[in-house]
Write a protein that binds this ligand. Structure first.
Ligand code: SF4
Ligand code: SF4
Length: 472
């Protein structure tokens, strides 16, 4: 039985409720009156239920779809302005004991190079990432209690935070590791992680079990209830995601919104981020096995509908997506993107030799961070390397209440400009610096509070003179 407050996966992600919602959406996809009502509710910027959002996702009325896209764009602007937060993934180890059928790190893949970074290698990789200008990382590791125990992850986080090279520093480490115990989540919290990210892959239990035939990840309930345990362990920023292409996208779209509703109702804080990865080509993965691929148009619609349904959540798109696709979804709701990513274990300090391929998936966007930064600025976005919130203790419900009240813009915009200025001073190519300095001068007008504006001016001058790490 569906129960948003239940601690049980099969009750807060009820299969029957999803099927009924999908049938309701199918029946009402051209119901103009109902869709107008849903859009009116969405304009209040307080979100939509999974059922309402499913109707919008299915809607076939061209004029209403244009309204959906326009509203998504407006909500994105209201909550996130024109800022885009930058990050990079860092793969620590691709040892994994699970049997995920769509991932080349699955246990039975014998021809992929297995690697695990030593602490010395991590120093080299992170130094290379700092030298590009990155301040925010997402750590990735397969599930392997022998090769990648929690102690290894904790030690790696400590190493990363300890690396200070020139003006570089990693100021926020987000972690994407397998579902674990409350005790281990508590240890991650104590190690100072930002967001704990865990993709559900698919919310359909039957498909989930087939796609994960072996290993601890086979346990649907343990995996699906992981975010509740993470919050019990004190982590209040959690990141959700499904891998579009594995299962029916309408099902997983509805499922992820139900998960967001559950976290908000049961734990008091909705997801800090929602990622929208799509299945990509990879070693030892037969693309014909997965016939649920989605078109770019559907992908854009999913992004827009999530933005409307969960207005406060950060939305992430990775370099799995091409430049042109990323360009489209940035308008519709994406607030964070990765840049210059390597999806292999190592590869930032030195490119990985061809015969040692350890990559999880092919990257579509191969540009350097500087190229990505310049591209964003030319489109009028402000690339942000900000990590201020969690360092100021603005996490969980404190963060959400600020964000929902619209107040976060008074921190985000100045912080974005100041961290962009750091990037321009320390890492940017000359042309990027010129474009960036002009952009910063223009974007100063967005700050309306005269006191804040004065302080930002002062801080920007200090950054130019070599000082670092100012924040609101
Ligand atoms: Fe392992 Fe994660 Fe890949 Fe599954 S998706 S095989 S758990 S690394
Ligand atoms: Fe994110 Fe907070 Fe920085 Fe805004 S101020 S960009 S919400 S870390």
């Amino acid at each position: 039985m569906y129960n948003v407050m239940s601690p049980k996966a099969e009750e807060f992600i009820s299969h029957e409720e999803i099927l009924e919602s999908l049938a309701y959406a199918e029946k009402n996809k051209n119901n103009r009156e109902l869709i107008d009502g849903i859009l009116a509710k969405a304009r209040e910027r307080k979100g939509l239920s999974h059922r309402e959002a499913a109707v919008l996702l299915d809607c076939e009325l061209e004029d209403k779809n244009q309204e959906i896209y326009a509203l998504a764009e407006q909500i994105k602007k209201d909550f996130y302005g024109n800022r885009i937060v930058m990050f990079a993934p860092l793969y620590l180890s691709n040892y994994c004991i699970n049997g995920c059928e769509y991932c080349p790190y699955h246990l039975k893949n014998k021809h992929i190079a297995r690697k695990k970074l030593t602490q010395e290698e991590i120093v080299k990789e992170v130094t290379a990432l700092q030298d590009m200008g990155h301040k925010r990382l997402a750590l990735e590791a397969g599930e392997d209690p022998v090769n990648n125990p929690i102690e290894y992850i904790l030690e790696s986080i400590k190493t990363i935070y300890g690396i200070k090279h020139k003006n570089g520093a990693i100021r926020r480490v987000n972690v994407n590791i397998a579902a674990t115990t409350v005790e281990n989540y508590r240890k991650l919290k104590e190690a100072g992680i930002g967001t704990y990210i865990l993709f559900q892959e698919t919310y359909n239990k039957e498909s989930y079990e087939k796609l994960h035939p072996t290993g601890p990840k086979h346990d649907y309930a343990y995996h699906t209830e992981a975010m509740d345990r993470a919050m019990d362990g004190g982590i209040d920023d959690v990141g959700l995601g499904v891998l579009y292409g594995l299962n029916n996208y309408r099902y997983d779209f509805t499922g992820i919104l139900m998960h967001a509703e559950h976290l908000e109702a049961y734990k008091g804080v909705g997801p800090h981020t929602i990622s929208v990865p799509r299945l990509r080509r990879a070693d030892d993965i037969d693309p014909d096995v997965f016939d649920n691929g989605i078109t770019d148009e559907t992908f854009e619609k999913i992004v827009a509908c999530i933005r409307i349904a969960v207005p406060y959540t950060g939305m992430i798109v990775s370099t799995r997506e091409s430049q042109s696709c990323r360009e489209k979804v940035l308008h519709l709701g994406i607030s964070q993107i990765s840049g210059a990513s390597r999806t292999s274990v190592g590869g930032y300090a030195e490119p990985e030799p061809e015969e040692e391929n350890s990559a999880q998936f092919d990257v579509s966007d191969n540009r350097t961070l500087d190229e990505v930064v310049q591209w964003l600025m030319k489109m009028g976005y402000v690339p942000s390397f900000c990590t201020a919130c969690y360092r100021e203790g603005r996490t969980g419900d404190r963060f959400m209440s600020l964000l929902k009240s619209g107040q976060i813009v008074n921190c985000c915009h100045p912080n974005a400009l100041m961290t962009l200025k750091e990037y321009l001073e320390d890492y940017a190519a000359e042309e990027t610096r010129e474009i960036g300095d002009k952009l910063i001068a223009k974007e100063m007008d967005v700050i309306t509070n005269p006191k804040v504006k004065e302080r930002v001016k002062e801080y920007l001058a200090n950054i130019h003179n070599g000082e670092r790490d100012f924040r609101f």
